[in-house]
Design a protein around this ligand. Sequence first.
Ligand code: NAD
Length: 475
Amino acid sequence: MRGFQAYIDGAFTEGEARFASLDPATGEAWAQMPEAREADVDRAVRAADRALREGEWPRLTASARGKLLYRLTDLVAENAQALAELETRDTGKIIRETSAQIAYVAEYYRYYAGLADKIEGAVLPIDKPDMEVWTRREPIGVVAAIVPWNSQLFLAAVKIGPALAAGCTLVVKASEDGPAPLLHFARLVHEAGFPAGVVNVLTGFGPSCGSALTRHPLVAHVAFTGGPETARHVVRGSADNLASTSLELGGKSPFLVFADADLDSAANAQVAAIFAATGQSCVAGSRLIVERSVKERFLAILKEKAERVAIGAPLDMGTEVGPLCTRRQRDHIQALVDRSTAAGARVLAGGRVPEGPGHYYPPTILDCDGTSAPALAEEFFGPVLSVVSFETEGEALALANDTAFGLASGVFTASLTRAHRLIRGIRAGVVWVNTYRAVSPIAPFGGTKLSGHGREGGLAAALDYTRTKTVWLRT
Ligand code: NAD
């Protein structure tokens, strides 16, 4: 069985305990992971705090920090295949997706490498002739970065990149489900030559490791991605120290299809929106809101495409939908499908756990029209699409906003004026029009309502890892 180590204070370590990681394609243990508890967390945070204040890191110029980030970018690109394979092996995310995603993980590091020497203060035109007043952007401090199992390398990159560009140090907590790619990534951080303690990477369980990290008095900021219930623990944990938080949480994103849309292209986008990453995606377009006059036609196209999706082994390049990361997740999905059918939802495709090993669940479509099935409100975080229909644009907008979440949304229409009205009306952090799931390091990303707050990506994300110091100098 393979063994992985944590990375604390520039050294690789076994951790306070070990736990087995399961291969989602077989359900069998394939690797041993280091379990960090309170003592490891404390060591890592203290190392990050020392590295922030003492030694080489705080004395590096911004462009020298940028050079280290460029070196890390190159190492991520050179090791793309190994990273993608580890992510696939440990989380079940298919190799097609992990290979494609690692390319833009490198792009995010490259973007923030280039930003390191562009974070500027300002000279203020204060109305006092004998004063010079200016601001300095200083690193916010030790950052705790906590990520969930899906897209760990990516979700860590959008935190590590801007935090390092701003001069912070970090303790990164990989998810206990599928931590292998991030633990391996720590080797690249080491090879890139970051001083000891600048980036620490560990894993462990939420209530012990995650909670110790958020409560640690030397942590200045918690950058968290995960579910809303965990986010409440994170906010409570960080409250004692009044540490700041940025929260990237779940979603129940609406996918609006109007009768004038190109239905075939909208159906392709809908299939990718809900079934990519086996639905384990915070931006999954999980609520199809379709104009009633084209509902049957659109669902027929969709069903045909959903049934053609190739389900298989995640390491096989031909696979389009793989297993879910954990059995717990599959049980949650089946229970929510069952509660929804009991509330009147009709299964149009999938809906049952298949025979055989692994945590597989088939692409599923639930017609929820005329019901208040829980499938319309609760996050599956799996390959299940819930469908409702509308007659007027006002009804479509009301349905889109009828959710506790507010992460992403998609609008498919040929009418630009309608698109503009919906862009203004939809309460979500991202609106994609006639496209879905597009991302770029240059574009901010984040949610509203129960989908959290804070933005990742773009220049503002790097500024979020700084605090402004104001200097008054009498001349
Ligand atoms: P989760 O909230 O259960 O776990 C996320 C992380 O928090 C894990 O590392 C876990 O160990 C840690 N954690 C658990 N309890 C903790 C505690 N008490 N204190 C501190 N840390 C703790 O999430 P999950 O089930 O692994 O992931 C799925 C969720 O993540 C979904 O809701 C999904 O929508 C969301 N997500 C959001 C985004 C986004 O960018 N908005 C991206 C991906 C996933």
